[in-house]
Design a protein. Structure first.
Length: 276
């Protein structure tokens, strides 16, 4: 078989390939899906995650949901403090600049350094962090589900709150970061007293987020997913028209292609949220 005829069998529907070009049969659609899934794990998953467009509104919502949780438990609401807001922004900027996700910087500095820098005098301070969330209510709910974060949120000694929300790249992934600071005004500085700084523990969980599929990095994968799904359906209809859709081999190839296509879709809507 010469090259021209071979290429015609692979790409062009005609009677000798039963109007099913080999390039878009279920077997090859499965191979394409496997290749895309592997590429996504190697490159795509690190490109872009869900991000927040209106970070200022997100920050305000975080404060509102935090105070709702406090009032529901009988505690006074927190007052937003400009100095703590600036300290939270300083911490967020430092994480993005040095590409780390932790209560301690790469130089071992804790958040009280940023609080001191902004001139907020306190006798007790706390910090909660969040990454990868697209909902303020879900962020606060995640904190409430963690003992150490909940202790910060519901600490009756805290009077002030500072918040910063921003988008940036951490570990190669574009994401949204939230820094939440708490403070109890006082004359003693916490820099020399580690017990006066309350930090949340780090927890990372997978979550399903439909908005993640429309992130910039996922659009090319979404396009390929849709094209493959279209050809899976078209090839299935052709098998049915030919009356061979119940053949064991064809049923197996169809199911395999469909399962891999669904797997790719699930990967596109899967995201990871972290609190610390």
């Amino acid at each position: 078989m010469n090259l021209k005829i071979r290429l015609r069998h692979i790409f062009i529907p005609h009677e000798h390939n039963e109007y099913r070009p080999h390039a878009i049969r279920h077997k090859w659609l499965s191979i394409y899906s496997i290749g895309i899934i592997l590429h996504y794990f190697m490159f795509g998953v690190a490109v872009s995650g869900p991000i927040i467009k209106d970070t200022n509104a997100f920050s305000k919502d975080i404060i509102n949901y935090t105070n709702q949780e406090r009032m529901a438990k009988g505690f006074a609401s927190l007052n937003e403090n400009p100095s703590l807001d600036r300290a939270a922004n300083d911490k967020l900027a430092d994480m993005l600049k040095d590409d780390y996700w932790d209560h301690k910087s790469k130089d071992g500095l804790e958040v009280w350094v940023f609080i001191d820098k902004e001139g907020y005098n306190y006798s007790l301070a706390g910090e909660n962090l969040a990454k990868g969330f697209t909902s303020a209510s879900n962020t606060v709910s995640a904190w409430m589900g963690s003992k150490t974060h909940r202790e910060n949120l519901l600490n009756s000694e805290f009077k002030d709150i500072g918040i910063a929300t921003g988008n940036g790249r951490i570990g190669g992934q574009e994401t949204t970061l939230v820094v939440q600071l708490f403070g109890k005004p006082g004359t003693a500085m916490a820099g020399n007293n580690p017990d006066s700084l309350v930090l949340g523990e780090q927890v990372t969980k997978p979550s399903i987020n439909l908005s993640n599929i429309l992130s910039v990095g996922n659009i090319p994968y979404l396009s390929l997913w849709f094209i493959i799904l279209t050809f899976i359906i078209l090839d299935a209809r052709m098998l049915h028209r030919l009356g061979i859709h119940n053949h064991r081999y064809h049923k197996y190839q169809f199911r395999q292609a469909l399962v891999l296509n669904i797997t790719l879709f699930l990967l596109l809507i899967l995201s990871f949220t972290s609190i610390a």
